[in-house]
Design a protein around this ligand. Structure first.
Ligand code: GDP
Length: 305
């Protein structure tokens, strides 16, 4: 796994750059506050969290009599960390379990999100991490609507050493998902990762499709993790998508992709606040190794330089 801090500091990050120049000044004045606010807003932290942060920061600076930007930097780091959250459960759960009949069930992870966000790529990268960790993985190609998705997933599977279960083109996603978990149980696999279709045509359509996938998979036992993949470059649009998906399935973790290509790192804060679900993984590129666990400290350090 790549180091989050190293990769983020190499990426285009306005929040990082903005705060860095700001904090290299030698004294605080009214402009400082305005610039902090602007920088956080530009980075997509969101209006309410930004205002709250700046207010808390001002109050602490007043109480402590902070005068230098170096001292301010330390306070800002603390406040950003508090916003990002240091005590959330960011483990991707793949424990599985044992059914009432004594059948051992692999961990099941559903990967959901709008097409193009990086769902299939994330599923492949995650498989690679799990296989490298000594786990046996089965992939379910339940995105049966995008013609190339199953091929793409199978290619990932072959590359990392995971078997891919797929159905007929334009077949029923739920039945592919069901078969993938069935195969995982039969093969005594450790984890089944199910790539789903993300057609956000209508909420009702999504609800039918994705809701059904989850219900059908649950016939084998509970789902361990529902990962929502969001493209960090889509900004506020990502938040709207997140809201819709969260209404349809119980999202348990967020994967923020394409964080390498955006100045909008603050979306981490905005989306966690919106869904009350932690960001667990981040995508930092198209390559097989470009998936990293989300580490709050490394993230905040990369932001403030
Ligand atoms: P899906 O339709 O949601 O399954 O999306 P794909 O997995 O096919 O990804 C869409 C595009 O985004 C592909 O070109 C991926 O290589 C690219 N992609 C996925 N994750 C990342 C990432 O973290 N960073 C960058 N730069 N590109 C990514």
């Amino acid at each position: 796994l790549v180091r989050l801090r190293e990769r983020l500091s190499r990426s285009q990050n306005t929040l990082g750059r903005g705060l860095l120049t700001l904090l290299s000044r030698d004294h605080l004045d009214e402009d400082t506050w305005e610039e902090i606010e602007d920088t956080l807003l530009t980075a997509d932290v969101g209006v309410a969290p930004t205002q709250e942060l700046v207010e808390r920061l001002r109050e602490r600076v007043r109480v402590l009599g902070t005068r230098t930007t170096a001292e301010l930097r330390a306070l800002l780091r603390e406040e950003l960390l508090a916003l990002v959250g240091t005590d959330l459960d960011r483990t991707v759960h793949t424990e599985g379990g044992v059914s009432a009949e004594g059948v051992v069930r692999p961990g099941v992870v559903l990967v959901v999100g709008v097409n193009g966000t990086g769902k299939t790529t994330t599923t492949g990268k995650l498989a690679r991490v799990l296989v490298a960790d000594g786990k046996s993985v089965v992939l379910g190609a339940a995105d049966t609507f995008r013609a190339a998705a199953a091929d793409q997933l199978q290619t990932w599977g072959e590359r990392v050493g995971a078997r891919t279960v797929r159905g007929p083109e334009a077949g029923d996603p739920a039945s592919v998902a069901f078969d993938a978990v069935k195969e995982g149980i039969a093969a005594s696999a450790d984890v089944v990762l199910v790539d789903t279709a993300g057609r956000l045509h209508t909420k009702a359509g999504l609800m039918d499709e994705l809701g059904k996938v989850k219900r059908v998979v649950e016939k084998h036992g509970p789902v361990d993790e529902v990962l929502l993949v969001l493209d960090a470059t889509t900004g506020q649009n990502g938040l709207i998508q997140a809201r819709v998906f969260a209404e349809v399935v119980d999202v348990t973790g967020i994967v923020l992709t394409k964080l390498d290509g955006t100045a909008k790192g603050g979306i981490v804060i905005a989306v966690q606040r919106e869904l009350k679900v932690p960001v667990k993984l981040v995508g930092l590129g198209e390559g097989a190794d470009d998936l990293a666990p989300f580490e709050p400290e490394a993230f905040v350090d990369a932001l403030i330089g």
